[in-house]
Design a binder for this molecule. Sequence first.
Ligand code: ADP
Ligand code: F6P
Length: 322
Amino acid sequence: MKRIAVMTSGGDAPGMNAAIRAVVRTAMEQDLEVYGIRQAYSGLLNGDFEQLTSMEVSGILQRGGTILQTARCEEFKTELGQKKGLRRLNEKGIDALVVIGGNGSLTGALKLHELGVPVIGIPGSIDNDIYGTDMSIGVDSALNIILDALDRLRDTATSHQRAFLIETMGRNCGYLALMGAILGGAEIVVTPEKPKTEEEVAAALEDAYLRGKTHAIAVIAEGAPVRTTDYMDYLSKHKTVGFEVRLTILGHIQRGGSPSAFDRLLATRMGVHAIKMLLDGKTGVMTAQQGRKMEAIPIEEAVSQLRPLSESYFDMQHFLSR
Ligand code: ADP
Ligand code: F6P
């Protein structure tokens, strides 16, 4: 093995740059050449490669986003697109590929592995929906942003004696909402895994009012079956909760900013581990943090299901909100 490539794909996540840096510097230590593929699978298909040396990854450890940029590419979902990708890798003399991204990106990596390309995946997504790893790169930073927002919103909620509906990201996974609710002290949480009706949300907010609380907070995952705006419409119409209600959608603010210490460490360990696995002759595997260990699990297993949420966290959220 002489020359490898690295890309970031799907939604950007704080810590992706730290992972790129670790991949490049670990590979260079082993006398490998590293190429960065700009804009994920789109860049792969367009042949948008640049050589990365130690200098190109200097000063990026603390930066949010991704210096390689990212993209979503429909063409790569097709068999023809994947073959074109293989052709581009061959044209550039790339012997192996590291893909940093979420479930979709890792599925793309699996397709290349199935075409015979040595591939290592690194889980990078704020959603924490990737099966087989305790945490993905970016989750901790996003959660800290959510907690900061919740704390601020509680200040203003308390001052005005209001209730807030706060929508978090997470696609089809409620991890960010659930953890945000537990650690931010919310009254109720709604996730795709445990949906709640408009009446249930109203009742939880009303209960806080009746018990004499000065505020009430509902955290709602974007992937929940009832839209946050529908809860808001219901509460505006029925006015049963006692509090005036406001809605805040946190949106893409959750994806930006400098990675936390946890994410820098996770990204660095995963980047180093990815190169070690390649040199050990592994392919089609993803770096996975399991307890204190860094493991490798088949990408096929990682993308075959969503990471489940622990029932005990839902219980904890419920009784601690009382
Ligand atoms: P994430 O990686 O954050 O889950 P997406 O689901 O949007 O984000 O996937 C990112 C990209 O990965 C897609 O735009 C596409 O290029 C590629 N991808 C997703 N699913 C597949 C698939 N089934 N086969 C091949 N490539 C895929
Ligand atoms: O996967 C990360 C994520 O931020 C999800 O939480 C969200 O559903 C999605 O990406 C948003 O995608 P986009 O940036 O294309 O709006």
